[in-house]
Design a protein around this ligand. Structure first.
Ligand code: ATP
Ligand code: MG
Length: 366
């Protein structure tokens, strides 16, 4: 326990579906882990997504964005649901999330994928391949082919309709994501693999050139490069060879989903979105799961682990983060499982009970 009490402002965006259930649990876990480590949290709960649409007519109210920007970190539950699926684009919950990311200027998306020893059976891969996997995909989030111009539809010289997009990266965009990736690798095992298609694409050639240049600032991190087609193959052949992976927007989109399927546990996976300065955005990778909302069935561990990422990557409170991570492992060791990860011989519990068990472990493991 530290002697000087630190205080942080956290914006909570529970959102829709199971969002409020998992956020409520994660908030309690943050509070307890913080208090043990001499950290105080001031929580500010704001409407977002479909909940905000029903309340205010927009998916991201001005007050919510302002509160998020002024806080030290943002913890989001999940957004969306059948109810708003037919809305016009600017009135969709998902559009609110896009605007939140833009407003917070977060350009790096961190997605860990680890196969916990207690959940090896959930993996889509063979036990020998899955066991011990512990990797992190750092995806560039605001550049590349999803945003590059020119884009659109047209007609070619034969009168055929065409669709086109442009892969563009500026040096500064690569440099800043590279720095976040090297910092991340440094907090982990010190190994970074940069994934590109530098044998074919100019944007990838620049990517490789800049990542290599930035590596001079991080002599303690071991850098390697891999082509994306090979990386996609290696991820299922031998995922244990990876620690931290950094890649562009579209490759990261694909590889992070591939990596999460290795673990096979959607209710377990957290994520972080970081910018150069300002608050980061932390959220589980799963959606609002409307099929189980309001039934106390949701797995809160992805959100609890997102809270741990908030502490580690958002606030630099590594000890409190590790306390939470250990409590999650401890709870799984004791056999507690929600429906999504349940198998014979374990204790089936609901969202609230799982939260209580994690709280107990946070408290007793010192
Ligand atoms: P989105 O489009 O918002 O990403 P989705 O419809 O693609 O959402 P999810 O909402 O993540 O996907 O749900 C997919 C399935 O996984 C559903 O059957 C849901 O019940 C289940 N699921 C998702 N998250 C959890 C969780 N935390 N605990 C238990 N089950 C979950
Ligand atoms: Mg959906």
């Amino acid at each position: 326990t530290s002697s000087t009490a630190k205080s942080y402002n956290i914006t909570l965006l529970p959102g829709d579906g199971i969002g409020p259930e998992v956020i409520s649990v994660a908030k309690n876990v943050l509070n307890l882990a913080g208090s043990i480590e001499g950290i105080e949290f001031k929580f500010n709960e704001m409407p977002m997504g479909g909940a905000a649409l029903d309340l205010t007519g927009v998916p991201l109210p001005e007050e919510t964005l302002t509160a998020a920007k002024q806080s030290d970190a943002v913890l989001l539950g999940a957004i969306g649901g059948y109810k708003w699926d037919k809305n016009e684009k600017h009135l969709k919950p998902e559009t609110g999330l896009l605007h939140l990311r833009q407003g917070l200027k977060v350009f790096a998306n961190l997605r860990p994928a680890s196969v916990l020893p207690q959940l090896v059976d959930a993996s889509t891969l063979k036990k020998e391949v899955a066991e011990g996997v512990d990797l992190m995909v750092v995806r560039e989030l605001t550049g590349g082919i999803y945003f590059g111009k020119p884009r659109g539809f047209g007609t070619d010289e034969n009168g055929q309709k065409i669709g086109f997009n442009t892969e563009v990266y500026a040096e500064y965009e690569i440099d800043r994501i590279a720095r976040i990736a090297f910092e991340t690798a440094r907090k982990r095992s010190g190994k970074l693999c940069s994934v590109d298609k530098a044998n074919v694409l100019e944007a990838s050639m620049l990517w490789r050139e800049r990542v290599t240049a930035i590596s001079a600032e991080y002599p303690d991190v071991e850098l390697s490069h891999m082509y994306v087609d090979n990386a996609a193959m290696q991820l299922v052949r031998n995922p244990k060879q990876f620690d931290t992976i950094v890649t562009n927007n579209i490759f990261g989109d694909i590889l992070s989903d591939e990596a999460s399927m290795i673990t096979g546990s959607i209710g377990m996976l957290p994520s972080a979105s970081l910018g150069a300065s300002g608050p980061g955005l932390f959220e589980p990778i799963h959606g609002s799961a409307p099929d189980i909302a309001g039934q106390d069935k949701a797995n809160p561990l992805a959100t609890i682990l997102s809270a741990a990422m908030l502490l580690k990557y958002g606030l630099g409170e590594v000890k409190a983060a590790e306390r939470i991570e250990l409590a999650v492992l401890d709870t799984l060791n004791e056999g507690f499982r929600t429906g999504d990860i349940h198998s014979a011989g374990n204790k089936l519990v609901g969202c609230e009970e799982m939260g209580e068990q994690v709280l107990k472990s946070v408290d007793t493991k010192t």
